[in-house]
Design a binder for this molecule. Sequence first.
Ligand SMILES: *[C@@H]1O[C@H](CO)[C@@H](O)[C@H](O)[C@H]1NC(C)=O
Ligand SMILES: *[C@@H]1O[C@H](CO)[C@@H](O)[C@H](O)[C@H]1NC(C)=O
Ligand SMILES: *[C@@H]1O[C@H](CO)[C@@H](O)[C@H](O)[C@H]1NC(C)=O
Length: 977
Amino acid sequence: MFPSLCYILCFLSVLSGIKSDELPILLKLKSALSTSNSKVFDSWVPTNSVCNFDGITCNSNGFVREIELANKNLSVSGALPFDSICQLQSLEKFSFGFNFLSGIITEDLNNCVKLRYLDLGNNVFTGSVPNVSSLTELQYLYLNNSGFSGDFPWKSLQSMMGLLQLSLGDNRLNPAPFPNEVLNLKNLTWLYLSNCTIKGEIPAGIGNLTELRNLEFSANMISGEIPADIGKLQKLWQLEVYNNLLTGKFPVGFGNLKSLEKFDASMNHLEGDLSELRSLTNLDTLQLFENKLSGVIPVEFGEFKRLVSLSLYRNKLTGPLPEKLGSWAEFDYIDASENFLTGPIPPDMCKKGKMTELLVLQNNLTGEIPLNYANCLTLSRFRVSNNSLTGIVPAGIWGLPKLKIIDVALNQLEGPVSLDIKQAKTLAQIYARNNRLNGEIPEEISKASSLVSIDLSENQISGKIPVGIGELKQLSSLHLQRNKLSGSIPDSISSCSSLSDINVAQNSLSGKIPSALSSLPSLNSLNLSQNEVSGQIPNSFISLRLSLLDLSNNRLTGPIPQSLSIAAYNGSFAGNPGLCSSGVISSFRRCSSSHGMSKGVHVLIICFTVGLVMLLVLLAFFIYSKKNEKERQGSLKEESWDVKSFHVLSFTEDEILDSIKEENLIGKGGSGNVYKVNLSNGKELAVKHIWNTDSSGLKRSKSSTPMLGKRGGNKSKEFDAEVQTLSSIRHVNVVKLYCSITSEDSSLLVYEYLPNGSLWDQLHTCQKMELDWDTRYEIAVGAAKGLEYLHHGCQKPVIHRDVKSSNILLDEFLKPRIADFGLAMIVQVHGGKDSSHVIAGTHGYIAPEYGYTYKVNEKSDVYSFGVVLMELVTGKRPIEPDYGDNKDIVNWVCSKVKTRESILSVVDSRIPEDYKEEAVKVLKIAILCTAKLPTLRPTMRTVVQMLEEAEPCNLVGIVISKDGTGKRMDVNQQRKV
Ligand SMILES: *[C@@H]1O[C@H](CO)[C@@H](O)[C@H](O)[C@H]1NC(C)=O
Ligand SMILES: *[C@@H]1O[C@H](CO)[C@@H](O)[C@H](O)[C@H]1NC(C)=O
Ligand SMILES: *[C@@H]1O[C@H](CO)[C@@H](O)[C@H](O)[C@H]1NC(C)=O
């Protein structure tokens, strides 16, 4: 009877298992999937047996047992059809990891009862984790980095007692405590729970998972101490718990993890010493950086035969590094920086010739640099700075072929930069400041062609600056100050086309200043002070835009070039008795030139005249408004007088003397009213009238968004100092401030007059003229250069704080000038502040960080400038009803960048088709400028570069010279050529 029953059953199963039943299921799956890897489904055709489909494995009865389609570039339209997939009755393995599968999985997998292996990891699903609760046979479950979110159904794990590997990390799960359900999975060998929002403590029960080989729960919010029971995990090979909130010491018994090879507990709050780790002799990687570990490094570490990487930086470790550390295996790197280590550098870490990084900076190490490292051809980073190392830097170190950085600064090292440096083809940075290096800089340094930074300052280096230095085209920073260099500065230095920072102060350099220095396109800081340099200051220096220029205490003679005779460079020329000035630097004798009155004197005289007139006006006005006040308001108190009289000023029609009268009113800026003044000599000036207040800053004017910071009283010295600095600003794209005239209650700022109004007027009001794209582009570049100058070109950065199109004025050629910077804050570079706590700005232009920090820095200006660029490209205002609720131009533009068509639709319809591509380039820069995070925004210097790269190809009419002064020709005329 039994045989015949079996026979019947087998027969039935053959009948029901006709392979064609499974064919439609697989074809349905195929039709749901698409791939750029065209070959994947070539074999998946109805004429083929399903068992011959690529990626399909059948069991001995011809039923599908495995679908293996991991890493095939698959995407899915809709969702994976699990209802039908789970009809594959013998399916044991479903492997779809590392694809681009998306969508929400709504169908549950509970009919896939035979499933032992499920991999949906490394995909881009959305929604919550699918229901897998009845997959009781499951041994491998990979859902890591799958895109699932919400709560993980930990209870489902209770029925999966046979689970061997569980991988759920890198998902944005709801915060949850360490899942106790996992602790029952006694056969688990692999548990990956990193980066999935687990909080709370590690349960002691972790010690019951004695089969674990790999345990990872890094990058969570796990707190408390490491439980002692973890020591029971005798088979553990890798333990990764970095980037959590763990506290306390390594528990007694931790050292029982005898199989441990890789251990990373960095970035926690662990304390105590490392003695528990001394028995972990199989470690090959040990990472404990950024904790509070203390005590000495166990000498046993020096006997770890497999150790290849050791990272202990930013702890409080003391004592020496074990002498034999890293001498056994193919040791790769050590970073023990920022501890309190003493004793010598272990000599043999590169014994096997594989070491790449030796980093022990900021300790108290002593002794010499071991000679062995001069032969360590694999070394790419050698950083031993800020220790107490002595002796000669081994010559070979300078020429290691793979070295990128030599950092030996702040030791007591001796010896020369050796000739070997000619072999240092990858060397980018030399930091050797503050040692006792001597000898000459070898001519061979010219062969180290990757050098970007050289800092050999504060040593005893003598001889000349090698001529070959001009061959270093990448060199950006050259610091040789405080040595014993002599001879002249080689002309070749001006071939270092990337140089931005030169400091050779406090040497014995002589000869002339190479005039070609001014041709260095990115030079930003030049310090030649305290040498014996003679001759004249090259006239070419007037084109330099430096944030620091120090030529003091040399033997220079002749005139200080006109444009450098400004307050920003005060002190730059001191200690050169032979210099004379025709500008405003008072401490120099006047040059006895025959040019007659210099421009500066003219300005002074004009200012003085205007000032006198204004004072009279002001006096008259003061008397008038007092009188008026009394007449109109009768008994109002003195304190309220300022505000009222301001309104009186704004709205009375006549009787205001001379130029400060309504008919001359040409603008109401954020900070005050602007009047046009026609001087009798025909010159036109713009005068901005600003009120002071008695205690807490300038009063806000009527239209008024900006508030001014603490000016502290009527005659604030700070205000005067700022005005003085601002009046020294000279840039072709910045409105000139001639002078200020301050009285008890108000200030008059005297500016140059610009006839074409503001960019806002031209773009958004009825005064507008059609601005063609070339003009808009040039306005963008010019305004960017003006701001760049304020940020980077002055001795102290000047933050504008109210960049907007109405503060960009246009001259008769429509060349832009930044205005209203008179209210900007000057960052006190030496005060160590990089931001201010003052609210300023105009709605629609204000960077988001104002909202939550009130902190302002240059990057806030960059944001506002991005808004201006958007105005230029779209022709729209920063705030318009079209944009919808709570939206501004930035949100609106960003919502349109999804497709090419929608981007082009943003561009102003008045811009011809041919130019729209160019306009989109500028729009992209605008989007970068308006990044939410200030740090992600480019600097104005970068903005200028990007804008210049986006230059329309047919814009031949404008020659923009290096210093931004630029010759403008008639664009249209040139275009015909
Ligand atoms: C755990 O592994 C053992 C040994 O391989 C095996 O006998 C046992 O059945 C497994 N337990 C479960 C619940 O699968
Ligand atoms: C953490 O997980 C998120 C997904 O939730 C992923 O985007 C991110 O890259 C992961 N972080 C790391 C360091 O792997
Ligand atoms: C470890 O497992 C044993 C036996 O299954 C159990 O009695 C004990 O409570 C578990 N330990 C912890 C700390 O959960």
